[in-house]
Every structure is written in structure tokens, then in C-alpha cells.
Design a protein around this ligand. Structure first.
Ligand code: XMP
Length: 513
């Protein structure tokens, strides 16, 4: 079985490609991991890799200090597949020719197959592929077969079936390349002979085994937030060790409508998890009394959250030794050569500090987000949890501008529930990154019936994004906007106007505070 004991290693030559390649390999049901190009080849080989893939990268192989790799890798007998920059590296290292022709190719190009070989077997002889390169592979290394070309690249795909070393100039990992995934599958399954055993079921089996081995008979605690990651982590740990797990759900009173009930329903009633539901809404609201400054709100909520969690943890019988955390693979992967390590600043409000006195259990640390969702579905978690949009740790507090009162929380929860319901009904909930309501601290005049009103507006925020680092406002259909607006005004007392936020990030942020 291909597991972390026998992985496909994706060597990261920079830029954004390595994670995408690793995900595509896993979509072919083969376990893959990203390694920095600075890792010594001996260390890569010590992992006993099933295959090695060189990623693309932004450099030119002719540039001074261009990223390279110790050529001993080519003699190790491990199947190698170079993509884009990785293909140019193979061509250069093994005696082919990479020329500065002055004609790069960017975007869609037609690739013509001349000799299919294993990689292109049973594929159309003309295909649309995605290119992004400047230098051009003009001649494949000696002993290599050229499988096809594009108008500007004579050796666009080449390989030596005996040594099992292959290169392709275009990007098979991107969706715009028509048969890219077929090509990756052919390399993994047919060339490298990796069995397609990385499935949701095998991921779960392996996680269960690891969790049992790590925690033995000790007690384990897990904080549930209502979000996807902590829910899947908890469900996995519960499957592994059952009653040894206690989940603590801190209800800050700042959650979306019905979220607390859903956590109860799912974990206590459906999964029979030992769940401590701390109803701390009053404590949070009184700590936030009259607080207006966004950073102070975050600080107060963050500190109180930890205090409440610790109090609950102390009451658990048998003093838990382990704490479950929903860390994902992209949070821990080190990309590039160490010189461009993938450091992502992320908010940790509503999370737990690193220095708590527990050993960590991180059952999702090998997984990408899409795998976490698939595992969650396999474990039987409801779609509402598995497909939930991201939600900030401080909850609705950063969406209520100005003072937070029980009445204002209720207004926002009611408006937000309409937004979520209508976005779901329009079939847009999964493709939109986040969609929610914001309650500003101003009032405006309106007229309802014959009455003059003076009430709050609701700002609707809906954005598309891949990672929350940048975002664009979602182009929601007008009729959907109209439905949301009229329902909020008709159904939510205290609101007489709805506005749509059309600010991208940057310069705006996704949240209003
Ligand atoms: P911004 O508003 O900075 O948000 O564009 C980026 C992403 O982070 C979420 N967010 C938070 N998450 N604690 C969190 O756990 C926070 O304090 C926090 N603030 C923002 C936000 O919802 C978006 O997905």
C-alpha cells in the first residue's frame, strides 16, 4: 500500500505548483508529500519514495543560481516525472538542450502526440494544454523518446521508459490541460506502478490505527468549534478510541443561528460522543459590554475562550493527557528551498495556545482540505458541517460593528440565517468562499406601510476566494440579491435597508472588523 512509508515525493521548485501537484496525485489515489528542493537527495531516497515528481518553478535553468538537484537522483532507479521547469531540469542535466529561443508560450496551446508511449496511451493525438514557460526544450536527452510537440516546443513531452524518467513541458496538474490527470495517472499507476490505494476508507483506517497507537488508554480532549476541521478530527478520534474522548464545545453566544443545536445533535445524539457543552454566552456578552474597538474585542474573546475551555477541561475525569487539533497539511508543509518558506499569517482567535499542558493529536496533518471534507462525509458527518464556509474564531462579534448587545446579536443571527438559506437555495453555497451579513452601527430612515422607520441596515458580504488571502466580491444574480433584501427587511425586526459590499480584498478585508 502506498502510504507515508512509501510516498510519491513532489520536489518543490518554487511558485505555487507543488501543492496542486500533490493534490492531483492524491486524486489519483496515491499518497504524496511535498519536499523542499533543499532536501538532500539521500534524505529523499531514505523515504523510500514510490516515485519523485519535480514541480514547475519560475526560474530559468540558465539563470545564475537556478534551482537544481543532485544528479545522483537520476541513478537511484526511482521513477521520475519532471513538469515544466522540472522537465527542463531533466533535459539539461541529462544532456538534452534547453534553448533561449525568445519565444515563450503562455496559456492554452495545442499539443500534438507523435508517439504515445505509456504516458499518452489511448489519448487524442491533438490536445489542448496549459503552458507557462520562456526557455524551450529543443532536444530531448540521448536515449529519450519524444512523445509530442507544440508549435514552439519540439520536445514538449519525452521519456526514457527503461530508466523510467519522464518530462513534460506543459502543466498536466492544471484543469485547463485536457488530459493532464490521465497523464498523471498513467505515470503513477503504469510507469511507477503505484497501486491506487489512497482512498477515504484507507485514510480513515490509517488514522484510526495511528491515533490508537499514539494515545493508548489515556484520555483525550477535543475542542469543537462547529467548523469542518475540528468536527472531522473529533469524529476520527472518536472512531478510534470511543469513550476515551471528551469533546468540549464552548458556546460563546456569538455563533450563527442553530449552530450549537447542530453540534449537539451531531455529536451527542448521532455519534454518542461525550460532549461538554459550555453555554458561556452571558460571560462573553458581559465581557464585551461597551467594547467597540475590533482588536479589543478579539483579545477579550480570545482570552476568555481559553479560560472557559481550561475550566471545562479541569472538570473532565481522568485528567486528559492529549488534545486533538485540526491542523491540516498545508499548515505544516514547508515549501520551496527554505528561502521562500510558505509562511501564512493566520488569526488564532478562538483557538487554543500552543503552550497548553497537553500532547497534541493531529489526525488531519497529512490531509488537504478537500480530503478532510471527503473523510467527514465518509464518517457520516452531515453536509451542513462538512461543507460549512469558514467562520472567524471571534464569531459574530467581528460582524457587529460597535457595541454588542443581545438584541444586536439576535438581529444579525436572523439576517445571517436568511443569507445562508437563500445562498444555499440558489445552489451557490459551496462555490462561494464566504457569504454572510454584517450589522453596522448606523441607522437610516425608511418607510414601511405608512410608517417612518429609523433602523439599522444590514450589509451583505459574499466573496469568492481560494485561500482568504485575496478575495473578490461575488457577482450574485440580481434576483437573488432582491430576495435576500426583501426577506431580511420583512423578517428581521430592526432592519429597514440592505446594502451589498462590492469591495475586493485587498484593499478590503473579508470581515468588517
Ligand atoms: P480577513 O477579514 O482578514 O479574513 O480578510 C480572512 C479570513 O480569516 C477569517 N478571520 C478569522 N478567523 N479568527 C479566526 O479564526 C479571527 O480573528 C479572524 N478574523 C478573520 C475570516 O472569516 C476569513 O475567512
Amino acid at each position: 500500500m502506498t502510504t507515508e512509508h512509501h510516498p510519491v515525493l513532489v520536489v518543490d521548485f518554487g511558485a505555487q505548483y507543488a501543492q496542486l501537484i500533490a493534490r492531483r496525485v492524491r486524486e489519483a489515489h496515491v499518497y504524496s508529500e511535498i519536499v523542499p528542493r533543499s532536501m538532500p537527495v539521500a534524505d529523499m531516497l531514505a523515504r523510500d519514495p514510490a516515485a519523485i515528481i519535480f514541480s514547475g518553478g519560475p526560474a530559468s535553468v540558465h539563470a545564475d543560481g537556478a534551482p537544481s538537484i543532485d544528479p545522483m537522483i537520476y541513478d537511484a532507479g526511482v521513477p521520475i516525472f519532471g513538469l515544466c521547469y522540472g522537465a527542463q531540469l531533466i533535459a539539461r542535466d541529462l544532456g538534452g538542450e534547453v534553448a533561449k529561443t525568445g519565444r515563450g508560450e503562455y496559456g492554452r496551446t495545442t499539443f500534438t502526440v507523435s508517439a504515445p508511449g505509456t504516458l499518452l496511451r489511448e489519448q487524442p493525438l491533438e490536445q489542448s494544454v496549459w503552458m507557462s514557460h520562456f526557455d524551450t526544450i529543443t532536444t530531448a536527452p540521448e536515449g529519450f523518446v519524444v512523445f509530442g510537440s507544440t508549435p514552439d516546443t519540439p520536445a514538449a513531452a519525452f521519456g526514457d521508459p527503461t530508466r523510467r524518467i519522464y518530462g513534460v513541458q506543459y502543466h498536466p496538474e492544471v484543469k485547463h490541460t485536457d488530459h493532464g490527470q490521465d497523464m498523471l495517472r498513467a505515470f503513477l499507476h503504469d510507469v511507477a506502478e503505484c497501486p491506487p490505494t489512497w482512498t477515504n476508507v484507507s485514510i480513515i483506517e490509517q488514522a484510526v490505527e495511528e491515533i490508537r497507537a499514539q494515545v493508548g488508554t489515556d484520555r483525550v480532549i477535543c475542542g469543537l468549534s462547529g467548523g469542518v476541521d475540528s468536527a472531522v478530527a473529533a469524529a476520527l478520534v472518536h472512531k478510534a478510541i470511543g469513550d476515551q474522548l471528551t469533546c468540549v464545545f464552548v458556546d460563546t453566544g456569538l455563533l450563527r443561528r442553530n449552530e450549537a443545536e447542530q453540534v449537539e445533535d451531531t455529536f451527542r445524539r448521532q455519534f454518542h460522543v461525550d460532549l461538554v457543552h459550555v453555554k458561556a454566552g452571558d460571560r462573553f456578552l458581559s465581557a464585551l459590554d461597551d467594547v467597540v474597538d475590533p482588536e479589543r474585542k478579539r483579545k477579550i474573546i480570545g482570552e476568555l475562550f481559553i479560560r472557559v475551555f481550561e475550566e471545562a477541561a479541569r472538570e473532565i475525569e481522568g485528567s486528559p493527557r492529549f488534545l486533538v487539533q485540526g491542523t491540516l497539511y498545508p499548515d505544516i508543509v514547508e515549501s520551496g528551498g527554505g528561502d521562500n518558506a510558505n509562511i501564512k499569517s493566520h488569526h488564532n482567535v478562538g483557538g487554543l495556545p500552543d503552550d497548553m499542558d497537553f500532547e497534541l493529536v493531529e489526525p488531519l496533518r497529512h490531509l488537504f482540505k478537500d480530503e478532510v471534507r471527503a473523510v467527514g462525509e465518509e464518517l457520516g458527518l452531515p453536509g451542513e458541517i462538512v461543507w460549512r464556509q469558514p467562520f472567524p474564531g471571534p464569531g459574530l462579534a467581528v460582524r457587529i460593528i460597535g457595541t454588542i448587545t443581545p438584541e444586536r446579536v439576535e438581529i444579525l443571527q436572523a439576517a445571517d440565517a436568511v443569507v445562508v438559506e437563500e445562498i444555499k437555495r440558489a445552489g451557490l453555497y459551496r462555490e462561494i468562499w464566504q457569504s454572510f451579513a454584517v450589522l453596522p452601527a448606523v441607522k437610516s430612515v425608511g418607510v414601511m406601510g405608512d410608517e417612518r422607520t429609523y433602523a439599522y441596515p444590514i450589509v451583505l458580504r459574499a466573496v469568492t476566494s481560494d485561500d482568504a488571502m485575496t478575495a473578490d466580491w461575488a457577482r450574485l444574480p440580481y434576483d437573488l440579491l432582491e430576495r435576500i433584501s426583501s426577506r431580511i427587511i420583512n423578517e428581521v425586526p430592526g432592519v429597514n435597508r440592505v446594502a451589498y459590499d462590492i469591495t475586493s480584498k485587498p484593499p478590503g478585508t473579508i470581515e468588517w472588523e
